[in-house]
Design a protein around this ligand. Sequence first.
Ligand code: KIV
Ligand code: ZN
Length: 515
Amino acid sequence: MSDRITIFDTTLRDGEQAPGFSMTFDQKIQMAKQLERLGVDVIEAGFPIASEGDFESVKQISKELKKTTIAGLARTTQKDIDRAWDALKYAKHPRIHTFVATSDIHLEHKLKKSRDEVLAMAVEAVKYAKNLCDEVEFSAEDAVRSDIQFLCQVIEAVIDAGAKVVNIPDTVGYSIPVEFGEIIRTITEKVPNIHKAVISVHCHNDLGLGVANSLAAIQNGARQVECTINGIGERAGNASLEEFVMVLRTRKSLLDLDCNINTREIYRSSQLLSNLTGIKVQRNKAIVGENAFAHEAGIHQDGMLKNPQTYEIMTPESVGISESSLVLGKHSGRHALTKRYKELGYELSKSELDKAYQTFTHLADKKKLVYDADLIAIVRDEISKIPEAYLMESVQVLSGSHLTPTATVRLKINDEVYEDSAIGDGPVDAACKAIDRITNISGKLVHYSIQAVTIGKDAMGEVLIKLEHENRQYNGQAASTDVIEASAKAYLSAVNRIIYTKGLVPTQEENIEQP
Ligand code: KIV
Ligand code: ZN
């Protein structure tokens, strides 16, 4: 049996479908490219029948990525499978992933089908998919709570029908490692044609055991693990990719198994996802949390200084957290900036680099030392923008202990400048209200977070915002050394996203007349 574990990343499908983690088309493409840099073997790019947006992003990811296998999810109907294939057929390495539930509780209450009917549905779907695509994966949803004899029967039948990968999900995160390992071992022993397929696992984290269960599975013969960056996914999420992979690497001599992940890309992948979705990981999150490599207790610090191995089982560098992240200053030229972006994994076009350099010089003027995190914030803000209807000319606020916060905002659109003022519950509220008055578009602020990009009192503050507008959420983000300016710009970027996504034509005339 191979000692390689296939890493199947479902951040863009199971992860993205969870509340609060939705991404736009451009954000999904950006994330997919980073997953390829990270070295995942399979990217589940979406569920093409679920929406037009899912279909288009799976199609675009299929067109753009050349190394990674691209999977698309489909139920067992021909309509689902056709739709998945229409998006996946552009991929160099496509995979159709079809699924149906096999537990009695799902059969009785959700599908209202007998075991025989479900068995037939699974076989038909795999045969149909196999006519379109050589690589077919079959998932037995809620496998953990399925009757083991029936599960084995379904697996044997779908392998005969042509499935190359058979996935055993713990859909509801119910299992515990000893039990889950036993299920996988039984499958390897009881399914006569199991050697013709790869056993995959997909463990949800409802009891916090997603990674532990995946580990038990590979110790009992599974060779594909489905996981997500930062462990995002339905409810409590899926097994976290970074945790599972670092278990493999850190305990390699014990497990004798490995995967193709470039662990130095882990931190960047985690940060990118947080920035795109506006949801940061908790401070003490294993591997990628802010405290993951922080040693606070005096006794630990003393040990670390004497020999880092006293308290460190892996280095921050091994997951891409660079110690020497202090890089550039006011006198650094374009060449140094280009070189550093390359080292950070960003291939920028000339015009992107021009924009980034301009912002960098302004920032270096305000702040003596520019860190890697600042450079990453610059590319995110300046380059991954959608076309903007409104540009921020200026924002001024008056606030203090005994003042009603008042903001005056100037926005430019098509070379015309509009100015308006508003009062609010605080300076940020006042600035957002002034923007609402000019743009005539307002949404409900459902998420606002601010975080220092680097250390130091002169650090840029990065603001992430989610605006709800007509039942959809729109992200906005911006960074500045002035946190009010960052907040107003982040708010405006979400408003611009609403305008862009909905194809709205802004109407200032009405606004000018507003009191
Ligand atoms: O959790 C689950 O069972 C799934 C399947 C569709 C693989 O996400
Ligand atoms: Zn799932």
